[in-house]
Design a protein around this ligand. Structure first.
Ligand code: NAP
Length: 459
């Protein structure tokens, strides 16, 4: 039995690591933290979401490795909440649990033709080019010349940029081998980003738009008349928004250079159907007008004017969505675990559930950059420490008993030292090709490497 504070953090993405960091820094000296992760690999979207041509952003993993090096933290990879562990199991071993499981599914358009081959969620495409094990058998047909991406956030820009980047320019990144091969023979030359609202409401951010604007091998096409429509920002618009709008105007005024590759940015068009026989061939869109809803938010309303555009591939980048965890409350409308400043709320009583917390996208929804998760996790951990402070802790089963339970339930649990062995293999494979790493996609292959590595560093 153990009476020192023991906390389980479920999900080893940025929010999970920042929650661990704050627990270790601000919790009692003898705190024990278990970081539980479904995959044998840590880092969440830093590994499987950040685009391969944005390698510098991935440098943040060095911070996560430092956090994991604290002897009071135990990483348990290849352990899935809901499959190997249930909520009640965790409470036998831990005084508190923080769910940091992110948003594992996607929003859908809900229009006819969405199930046609050739339409996919941008998130799956991202997982595919980033070697996520869940997407290792996915295939994307890049034999057509035109793609449409629905949505105007940073994910939409990421997938458009990757589709429009010559494979040679990605050859020295950590892109998945299968994606590099498919992109090498890709015939996609034009990608159209479809926004249902106007230029003042785009969700992508300035650095990402600047990066595209600076590409010499790419024409960015914006029809000036689409920019005239309601391009005014409200009085509270941030400087970043103003700069995005100014750059969109600059791009619209820029003469096309006859580049082989084109990014077309459209505004105030909303897909209403996808058409095709055996696969998607066309996007049918309604033109929209902008209105203010009861809360003063600018919304798009479809008009009767329709338009069709050819597209051989349609990626929907309209936002991620959280998934429910067994036994844990879930807000089906917002796709998050209901909470108040990180304390999980029981939807019936409206009261905080003892010992249960959330951080990251499953707490606030899929928004913000990696660093946004730091204050977010801090708020949650502060609430947790406030709740446990002062009261004697109930006895829970100790870490060694928990480790035995995991071995019984899932057999092949991966420690951080074993993840480092997997990492070393990826880095070595990559070095031969002048790449930062050559990612493994097969979980069994990762587990075989882990099994041959010692579970802990020698003292
Ligand atoms: P997002 O920023 O929320 O963008 C979603 C886009 O989909 C918006 O343009 C939204 O338009 C549009 N949309 C939603 N429903 C739609 C519908 N039914 N029809 C047409 N369009 C629709 O989400 P995201 O791009 O998935 O990104 C998630 C988060 O990760 C963001 O905070 C993003 O900044 C971050 N991220 C950052 C980077 C980076 O820093 N480089 C890279 C990737 C992701 P409306 O707003 O007009 O509804």
């Amino acid at each position: 039995m153990s009476t020192n504070l023991r906390v389980a953090v479920v999900g080893a993405g940025p929010a999970g690591f920042y929650a661990c960091e704050h627990l270790l820094a601000e919790g009692p000296d003898d705190i024990e933290v278990a970081l539980i992760e479904r995959l044998p690999t840590p880092y969440g979207l830093v590994r499987s979401g950040v685009a391969p041509d944005h390698q510098s952003i991935k440098g943040v993993t060095r911070v996560y490795d430092r956090i994991a090096a604290d002897p009071r933290l135990a990483f348990h990879g290849n352990v899935e909440h809901g499959r190997d562990l249930r909520r009640d199991d965790l409470f036998a071993y831990f005084h508190a649990v923080i769910y940091c499981v992110g948003s594992r599914s996607y929003r859908h358009l809900g229009i006819p033709g969405e199930a046609l081959p050739g339409r996919a969620s941008a998130g799956d495409f991202v997982g595919w080019y980033n070697a996520h094990p869940d997407q290792r058998f996915r295939r994307f047909d890049l034999s057509g010349t035109r793609a449409a991406v629905v949505g105007q956030g940073n994910v939409a820009l990421d997938v458009a940029r990757i589709l429009l980047t010559p494979a040679g320019a990605l050859a020295h990144t950590d892109i998945a081998d299968h994606a590099l091969e498919a992109l090498s023979s890709s015939r996609i030359r034009e990608v159209t980003l479809l926004g249902w609202r106007g230029p003042a409401q785009v969700a992508f951010t300035l650095p990402e738009l600047k990066e595209i604007a600076a590409r010499e091998d790419l024409d960015v096409i914006i029809a000036p008349e689409e920019l005239r429509e309601d391009a005014t920002l409200g009085p509270d618009a941030s400087r970043g928004r103003e700069q995005v709008l100014a750059l969109l105007h600059e791009l619209a005024a820029r003469p096309a250079r006859g580049c082989d590759r084109r990014l077309v940015i459209r505004f105030m068009v909303s897909p209403v159907a996808l058409h095709g026989d055996d696969r998607v061939r066309e996007v049918e869109m309604a033109h929209t007008v902008l209105e203010h809803d009861a809360d003063g938010v600018v919304v798009a309303r479809a008009t009767g004017t329709r338009e069709r555009m050819p597209a051989d591939l349609v990626l929907t980048a309209i936002g991620y969505r959280g998934s429910a965890l067994p036994g844990v409350p879930f807000d089906q409308v917002r796709g998050v675990i209901p909470n108040m400043r990180g304390r999980v709320i029981d939807p019936v009583s409206g009261q905080a559930r003892a010992g249960e917390y959330v951080a990251g996208w499953i707490k606030r929804g899929p928004s913000g950059v990696i660093g946004t998760n730091k204050p977010d996790a801090r708020e949650t951990v502060d609430a947790l420490l406030e709740d446990v402070g002062g009261e004697p802790l109930r006895p829970v089963l100790g870490g060694d008993v928990f480790a035995r339970l995991l071995q019984e339930r899932c057999g092949r649990v991966v420690t951080y030292a074993q993840w480092e062995a997997i990492n070393a293999v990826e880095v070595e494979r990559g070095a031969a090709m002048e790449r930062p790493r050559d990612k493994l996609t097969d979980v069994d292959a990762m587990l075989d490497i882990a099994a041959d590595a010692p579970p802990a560093h020698p003292e």
